[in-house]
Design a protein around this ligand. Structure first.
Ligand code: NAD
Ligand code: IPM
Ligand code: MN
Length: 351
């Protein structure tokens, strides 16, 4: 079993609270395993940025790549940094700078009562969204012309490369094959984005021929948004662009019981990767012992699974599911516990 070196970036707001609990869970499963786990904290946050002017240190990415197997991040975003400069530098800095092209977002309902859909059961909500994570509308290319005048023009470029589109689509099919899932849906807006999403169409049609055992289909993203709400059991694997993936995974989080439940990984297969809950820093509930730690704890499990600690990951998942079934959770998912107490209920089951 491989020893693991994890860089921990709690970040801002509830990120700090939920990552503290995720680390306790990680230490608990590591203590009972034959491998070693080293957690090294980094204060890359709004606080640090406001004090020092440094968001992501200059050699930060190199340091991470040379010394760590993965990064566990809480969330970034603070009202005192209105342009979110530090979040852009740190979070998008890692996604782009480490070329983490796969945003892996599993969507799994743990208990029927958490789903807002009438009659939905855990078996009906169990799919994975693969979001392209290094290009699209996130590249921050564009600009303003005549800024601040009534004639102002503003642009943001939707950048799509053959290489970028192909590698995320291929990853989705490879995941379907490896996990014996039978269906992949590619979602775009090729009826309007007739250049960029025509590229997605052509690449999808090409790559699907390499995976004849997987049923491949296409859905426009507006219809996907409806179908996720109407009949989520039709989905097994969804692959889509950066911005659409961001939006549909918040919708999908709603199917699981809300943002407090949703986990994610930013991955470049074979290289260092970054794991973070789907939710943000949630300033209004920060520091109140209210935030649901399950998104972060399930993210830690996803990270262990990715790094080969499969048994430990499965133990965490089972403990989480058990607390949910027993209503030993935070208020957002029907319990009456605080952040610390919800995590303690999980740790108790791991003991
Ligand atoms: P948010 O995810 O912080 O909150 C959205 C809603 O979900 C709020 O009602 C919040 O209270 C609730 N929520 C989120 N996580 C929860 C949890 N663990 N337990 C209980 N309830 C939870 O999104 P937002 O309000 O749009 O953004 C707040 C800040 O976070 C912004 O600065 C944004 O840019 C940033 N953000 C960062 C990340 C990230 O670092 N990965 C992701 C999303 C948003
Ligand atoms: C997410 C977040 C980020 C994104 C923000 C904070 C830049 O919403 O991880 O889903 O849009 O990717
Ligand atoms: Mn998002």
């Amino acid at each position: 079993m491989k020893d693991l070196r994890i860089a921990v970036v709690p970040g801002d707001g509830i990120g700090v609270e939920v990552i503290r609990e995720a680390c306790t869970v990680l230490e608990t499963v590591a203590a009972a395993s034959s491998g070693k786990l080293a957690l090294t904290p980094f204060d890359w946050s709004a606080d640090a940025y406001l004090k020092t002017g440094v968001s992501l240190p200059k050699d930060g990415l190199k340091m991470l790549a040379e010394n760590f197997d993965a990064v566990l991040l809480g969330a970034l975003g603070d009202p005192r940094v209105p342009d979110n400069r530090h979040a852009v530098d740190i979070l998008l800095g890692m996604r782009f700078g480490l070329d983490l092209y796969v945003n892996h977002r599993p969507v799994k309902l743990l208990d029927s009562r958490l789903c807002p859909l009438k009659g939905a059961e855990p078996k009906d909500v169990d799919f994975v969204v693969f979001r392209e994570n290094t290009e699209g509308l996130y590249v921050m290319m564009g600009g303003n012309f005549k800024k601040g005048t009534l004639d102002e023009v503003a642009t943001d470029i939707d950048l799509n490369t053959r290489k970028g589109v192909e590698r995320i689509i291929r990853h989705a099919f490879e995941f379907a094959r490896a996990s014996r899932r039978k269906k992949v849906v590619m979602s775009d807006k090729s009826n309007v984005l007739i250049h960029a999403h025509d590229l997605w169409q052509r690449v999808f049609k090409e790559v699907r021929t390499e995976f004849p055992e997987v049923a491949a289909s296409h859905m426009y993203v507006d219809n996907l948004s409806l179908q996720l709400m109407r009949d989520p059991k039709q989905f097994e694997v969804i692959v889509t662009s950066n911005m659409f993936g961001d939006i549909v995974t918040d919708i999908a989080a709603g199917l699981q019981g809300g943002l407090g439940m949703a986990a994610s990984g930013n991955i470049h297969p074979g290289k260092i990767s970054l794991f973070e809950p789907v939710h943000g820093s949630s300033p209004p509930i920060a520091g109140k012992n209210v935030a649901n730690p399950i998104g972060a704890i399930s993210t830690a499990a996803l990270m262990l699974d990715h790094l080969g600690w499969k048994e430990e990951a499965a133990r965490i998942d089972a403990a989480v599911a058990s607390t949910v079934r027993a209503f030993e959770t935070t208020v957002d998912v029907g319990g009456s516990l605080g952040t610390r107490e919800s995590a303690a209920a999980i740790v108790k089951r791991l003991g």
